[in-house]
Design a protein around this ligand. Sequence first.
Ligand SMILES: [Zn+2]
Length: 503
Amino acid sequence: MIYDRLNFRQFARRLAGVALLGVASLSLAQDYDLVLSGGRIVDPASGLDAVANLAIKSGKVAAVSVDPLAGKTTVDVSGLVVSPGFIDLHSHAITPRGQYFQAYDGVTTALELEAGVFPVAAITQLFEDGATINYGASVSHLAARQQIMGNVSQAHPLLAASAVDPKQASNRQAAFVSTASETQIAQIAQKLSDGLTAGGLGIGLLLDYLSVAVDDRELAMVFAVAATHRAPVIAHIRRGLPGDEAGLSELIRQAENSGASLHICHLNASAMQAVDRFLILIAQARARGVDVTTEAYPYNAGSTQIGAAVFGRDWQRIFAIDYDDVEWAETGERLTKSRFEVLRANEPDGLVIHHYGREDWTRKTMVAPGVMVASDAMPIDDSTTGIHPRGMGTFSRFIHQYVDESAEGSLDLSEAITKVSAAPARRLAAFAPVFAHKGHLAVGADADITVFDPALIRDQATYKMPLNESVGVRFLLVNGEFVITDGVIVSDAKPGKQLLNVP
Ligand SMILES: [Zn+2]
């Protein structure tokens, strides 16, 4: 449990700081559109952690004060935590149903940065009827590569709804196995560059899925394009045998040589028992001036498509598991050798959940300073019945399981909110100015706000019953508009905006 006892000395010290931060305006009644009154405002960016009032006007934070504030509407949030909205750097669930679950999990911005989309504008088609929360994407190296290597158009390579025409399936395979010529590398570079110019939030690099296809020349090109645009590369590193650090070192070297920024996806899933070593390698690179960051999700199982390249390799040794550790996500069925082979041949886009992690590896990663929280939410649409629960529960599970303000070795709320909001926003703000207004609650910030009950917040999604909303998020505001009130989603609220890196 969390929040049973406050650290009062720390609390008092932060409260003393409120007078400096507060911009109380006692002048006129109803100056503001909305006031959240009496909540514990935790804003790691300013160091504020105190019971205070927060006012919103025209979709922005307009005042934070211990003095009373008057709004057209006032909501009493005493006993609740008022946090900058959670920012998910890694969500493949960029659909209305995916956003529904992520909203219940406290997420106000969900970004598809690992796989990306190409062309970048294609993401807007997924939200023609409006978006519940903010969304955006990187430029997909894989989608660009599929266009060049196989003449296959698939803007979102992981989304089932964008599955390619069966006639193109073998062309698509070429993108996963064929090495690019110099001419093709130059053509892919042009597409990546076009995507960044169009506002893509970095370059998404699914390197492990392309392990046999992408060589040093192509990698150097990806990092060179990123460096030219001062954009990050967001990567799923190559996987070796358990604990093999070669895949991490390879990309740190590329970042160092090119000067590009690098974000490593799901560190716990990639590092396994070598998580301490991976964290040291990242810290050493940062000390040398390499801009490298990482993230993790609080689950011990992974999930991917059964057709993924890794399942064509020596996967039992790579994950140190066997067939019955692999679960068919749609039904929960544990697989046998023959069933695995049938499904891989006939339904390569079908999702599996492979149980290969350990809680001590995950915990070390989640609580390590600097590691951000990101869900890796899997693609979901209206027909999805089985799926990894991380898309529903990552953020509330993280707070429920790893925050305990009375225990040594656990996180306090400010540290946790840094990981779910302040740090992800800062990661992107250096490159995409739109994020300078997110991840904090200073006056002028976008009013993306997660208000949760620290004693009740928790995930409800399990491997067997994944389609359960998290509980404990009492109010969720996106661009100043309520998406959740009194713990229930406002189904017709669509204040989410597309986030682009545009001047
Ligand atoms: Zn991944």
